[in-house]
Every structure is written in structure tokens, then in C-alpha cells.
Design a protein around this ligand. Sequence first.
Ligand SMILES: [Zn+2]
Length: 269
Amino acid sequence: MKSFFHFENRYFVTGALRARTALSIGSRASLMPTGSDLPVIKTPEGVPFIPGSSLKGVLRAFTERLVRTLEQLGKRINGQVVSACDPLDEDQRCVTPKIKEQISEKAADERTFTEKLWEKSCTVCRLYGSQWLASRVSFQDAVLRNAESLVRLTEVRDGVGIDRDLGTARTGIKFDFETVPAGAEFDLNLVLENVDDWEVGLVLVALEALGNGHLALGGKTTRGLGWMELVRLQVQGIQAQDLLQYLGGQIPPPTAAERFRQALLAHLS
Ligand SMILES: [Zn+2]
């Protein structure tokens, strides 16, 4: 298991998400990342941003689908069977409150307790965290970085209501919705801690899905909204043995993203 008790490594993933098409803006973050409520919101000053929690939700949901597919194919990562639970359904989680209780009763100390929790947790909870395990990936809010190059920050559009039963546009149902125009760029900042190379690869694969048309952000994506491009992607890593240098202010050198993708492929069997 990866340690929660001491520093092994830290990776900084930076870059920007550029909107290839307009992005729909919601008034609040959605609980369901792929639902109709939208992950782009505005600061009180009117500056659009994607909350880190929303970005994490979208990438996590994608990773769950990916890992379930690998599981169905009988794949292993690093020799271990992969799995992804349904974190939205308490009874379908890898560690239910009941399992947690059982572990808690048997564990002699906190370390054993954490190790047992780790053993029972699915591949995705181990990385993205769960009710019981701390996340080893943290996402900062992705704030609009190029406001000055956009004619306007947001636009209001007319929408036509779709009848969910008939799948047709019903006349008379109109609503307005707000979008961020194409060309908007959002700063991307992720930190991964105490991770294996292949886990960095797993996060990068999800980020790249967002950048190459396999995954969209926000609502109304079937109407062509929310398609992004990933630009200036950079990964910088610090290992335990180099910690002091970097605490002293040295900037870690960039590592090619390709290395982590290759590590993921190499650990898949
Ligand atoms: Zn899980």
C-alpha cells in the first residue's frame, strides 16, 4: 500500500483547458458530474471557473468507467485485480459502513486499520479517496486565465426545451442559459501525492480524454457544448530523496507525460 504516514513523492500536473466550443454555466456545482447541472460557475465578480471538486468528479467518473471496462476484460494493474465501486450508492461502495465497522473491531492500531481499509478499497477509491481514505489527488479550482483576450466572458443563449418522453422540441418551452465562449482557457493545477507512476498515468489518461473529444465538461454536451482541448500539459515530480532541495525553492524538472502513460500500459496485464 502507499503510505499515508510519510512523504514518498509529489507530482504537480499543470496546463490549461481551452474551450473548443462554448461551455454551459450552471449556478451551482452538480452532484452528478455528467448530469444536467453544470460544473462551470462564476465568482461573485463574474469570472467563470470550474471548481476543483467538479473537475475531480468528472475525471473520477470517467476513471470509474475505464476501470470497470478493464475489470470486465480481466485486466490486472501491477498484478492486482482492478475494480471500481459506485461511490454514489452506499450499499455498492467497496467499503460499506458495515465493512468499516468490522475492520475497526479487528484492527489493533491505526496503521493496521488503514492497511485493512486500503486492502478492501477499490482501485479508484485508493487514488481518488473515499469516505474513509484520503484522496491522493487534489484539484485546484480551474480559473479563467485569458479574460483579456475574450470579447465577453459569458453569453446568454436561447434554449428550447426538449420533451424528455418524446425526445422532441416542444414549442413554447424556452429558457435562457449562459455560456463561456470558445477560446476561454482555464488554468489546470493538480497535485498527486505518494503515487505510483501508473496512477499518474491513470489521471493523465482521464485528463487527456477531456482534451481529445472522449469526455466533455458541463451540460448540453449533446448540443455541442463543453468540448475542451488540453494545452501546455506538464508534469513535475519530487521524490523523497530530493525533498530538501525543493523545500529550499528549487523547481523540479518536467517529466514527459508519455512516461506515465507508458508506465500504465507496462503495468497492465
Ligand atoms: Zn471504491
